[in-house]
Ligand binder design. Structure first.
Ligand code: NAD
Ligand code: UDP
Length: 319
């Protein structure tokens, strides 16, 4: 595939910033669109000046709940706050971002005949009763809970994607992303990885919700970006799980961070938030078979990198 003009919505966010840089480094013209709710220019760090001076990287401040006209070949649609703290801050806005945002991006893709990839989520499976979760599982989602603005919003977005494909023959790609972590996560975003690492670095007790037996499967951001790009380039219309299939409990995550910090951490148990899924692990059979996808970064290595990032963010020296 030759050089393309690629729109990344939510491009200044955690995953979006890594994706924009990867696409730019591959020689594409990148349009990074964001409303800067959770995203920030600092995510481009030292690269910022290079990007802007190159003439093939543009920032557009825009909110996807409003329509926009652009000429592009591909759209990676990531705009949406991902952490429960952020998406529950203004849940009506989260639904509008998921539904109206998707609708506007599909309208744009249809007009310019662009290929569009939606950043969907493992949350479409809700609190799953099938384990691990294959793409064929329809999920177990509370339609009226505090997570519904995100979960149901993403499910509507998938339905819209499929209908634009069936009705208008749009080239769609649906990535069901499982918990992803790494540098550029926001210190205050409330997700478990940023909370535990920042608490550990500040010598504060780590806040384990519930007993800490609930599980997640954590994917390092470079693996995820590799999966997104592979999916965009494939001809796979059906949804594909992307993540890492090593499953750990929250207590095991605390132990991993302790090992890397070289000291024991105090644990403070807090109540489990409502509708918190008890366990989550992607079935990656489809991604492996159709995309040749394989997550490569071990949890210990990814967490070490992420600790290094938060150390700098918090200005905490290594002792
Ligand atoms: P993030 O919050 O860092 O990034 C989201 C970006 O979207 C931010 O830059 C934010 O400012 C922007 N944004 C939010 N609402 C917008 C709007 N209305 N208009 C324009 N821009 C808007 O989160 P992330 O972790 O990078 O997640 C990126 C995408 O991946 C999201 O769609 C999220 O749902 C999905 N995802 C992430 C994970 C994960 O573990 N990180 C898991 C599953 C799905
Ligand atoms: N969690 C925790 N302590 C925290 C933040 C989160 O124990 O300080 C737990 C949370 O209850 C959930 C898991 O960690 O079971 C992952 O939470 P996160 O918000 O990162 O993502 P999600 O629930 O969306 O997978």
């Amino acid at each position: 595939m030759g050089k393309q003009t690629v729109l990344v919505t939510g491009g200044a966010g955690f995953i979006g910033s890594h994706l924009c840089l990867r696409l730019f480094d591959e020689g594409h013209h990148v349009i990074c669109l964001d409303n800067f709710f959770t995203g920030r220019m600092e995510n481009f760090g030292r690269r910022y000046q290079d990007l802007v001076l190159s003439g093939r990287f543009e920032f557009v401040r825009h909110d996807v709940t409003e329509p926009i006209t652009l000429e592009v070949d591909q759209i990676y649609h990531l705009a949406c706050p991902a952490s429960p703290v952020h998406y529950q801050y203004n849940p009506v806005k989260t639904i509008k971002t998921n539904v109206l945002g998707m609708y506007h991006m599909l309208g744009l893709a249809k007009r310019v005949k662009a290929r569009i990839l939606q950043a969907s989520t493992s949350e479409v499976y809700g609190d799953p009763q099938v384990h691990p979760q294959p793409e064929t599982y329809w999920g177990h989602v509370n339609p009226i809970g505090v997570r519904s603005c995100y979960d149901e919003g993403k499910r509507v977005a998938e339905a819209l994607m499929m209908d634009y494909h069936r009705q208008h023959k749009l080239a769609i790609r649906i990535a069901r992303i499982f918990n992803t972590y790494g540098p550029n996560m926001a210190v205050n975003d409330g997700r478990v990885m940023s909370n535990f690492i920042c608490q550990g670095l500040r010598n504060e007790p780590v806040t384990v919700y519930g007993e800490g037996e609930q599980t997640r499967s954590f994917c390092y951001v470079s693996d995820l970006v590799d999966g997104l790009i592979r999916l965009m380039r494939s001809d796979t219309v059906e949804p594909v799980n992307l993540g890492n299939d090593r499953e750990v409990s929250m207590l095991e995550l605390v132990r991993t961070i302790e090992k890397l910090l070289g000291r024991r951490l105090k644990i403070e148990h807090k109540p489990l938030p409502p509708d918190d899924p008890a366990r989550r692990r992607p079935d990656l059979t489809r991604a492996r078979k159709l995309l040749g996808y394989e997550p490569k970064v071990a949890l210990e290595d990814g967490v070490r990198e992420t600790i290094g990032f938060f150390r700098k963010e918090l200005g905490i020296q290594e002792t």
